[in-house]
Design a protein. Structure first.
Length: 235
């Protein structure tokens, strides 16, 4: 979300239909089409304009969560003009806006520069990704640290000019960094450390409700039960 941007997305208290790279969009009453109009003058970090061709390419090459659903439902993506793109569906696709716009669940609405990706390939893009988000990548140590700087041509003001993300697996170490001023924000404060944060007048504990958790149950192709469970034990 720092490096890239989407057509529509969640933004603070506004749900999935918040305009981002698209200044506006319309979803047909019959749920069989949707069109988006891009903001004027928006750019990728290398200075190239964000065009409908990038929207079409990003959507058609998306292979992440819900990607199969989009491919099954979509009849085609039409470029109307240099700022407008229309999605056509084979049948009413009522979930399209919420799937496309809920960025922490599905990435189909996030736009990447098509020509740049095709030029450098997947490996090159992973090494030096370019997006249209509020920050551009300065350097990275994969799995350890990411350094960003504000993208001056972003369509909204970016108030924090430099941003560094550091991966610190141990919660106690993360908190110690926060206490020493080595970090400004930490995520995932475990229960045993909450009082330590609350009792420090220099720190603020802020609840975050955007975390996603999944519970998966294994399935087996067998007639015999592999697991037995007891709903309760009254002994």
């Amino acid at each position: 979300m720092a490096l890239h941007d989407a057509l529509i997305k969640n933004f603070r208290e506004v749900r999935y239909d918040h305009p981002a790279l698209a200044e506006r969009f319309e979803f047909a009453e019959d749920a069989k089409s949707a069109w988006f109009r891009l903001r004027p003058g928006i750019k990728f970090h290398d200075g190239t304009p964000v065009a409908p061709e990038d929207v079409k390419w990003s959507y058609e090459h998306y292979r992440g969560a819900s990607g199969e659903v989009f491919r099954e439902k979509t009849q085609g993506v039409e470029i109307i003009d240099n700022r407008t793109v229309r999605f056509h569906f084979k049948e009413p696709f009522l979930d399209f806006p919420i799937l496309l716009g809920t960025a922490n669940v599905c990435g189909a609405g996030w736009i990447v520069p098509a020509k740049y990706y095709e030029t450098v390939g997947q490996d090159g893009f992973l090494q030096k990704p370019i997006g249209a988000g509020p920050y551009k990548l300065v350097s990275q140590q994969p799995g350890v640290k990411l350094e960003f700087e504000a993208f001056e041509d972003y369509y909204r003001p970016v108030h924090v000019k430099n941003l560094t993300m550091v991966s610190v697996p141990e919660a106690a170490t993360r908190l110690a960094m926060l206490e020493r001023g080595e970090a400004d924000i930490m995520y995932f404060v475990p229960g045993e450390l909450i009082d330590r944060v609350k009792n420090n007048p220099k720190l603020m504990l802020a609840p975050v409700v955007s975390g996603n958790w999944w519970l998966e149950f294994p399935g087996f192709r067998t007639r015999r039960a592999r697991f037995t469970t007891n709903a309760c034990d009254r002994r």
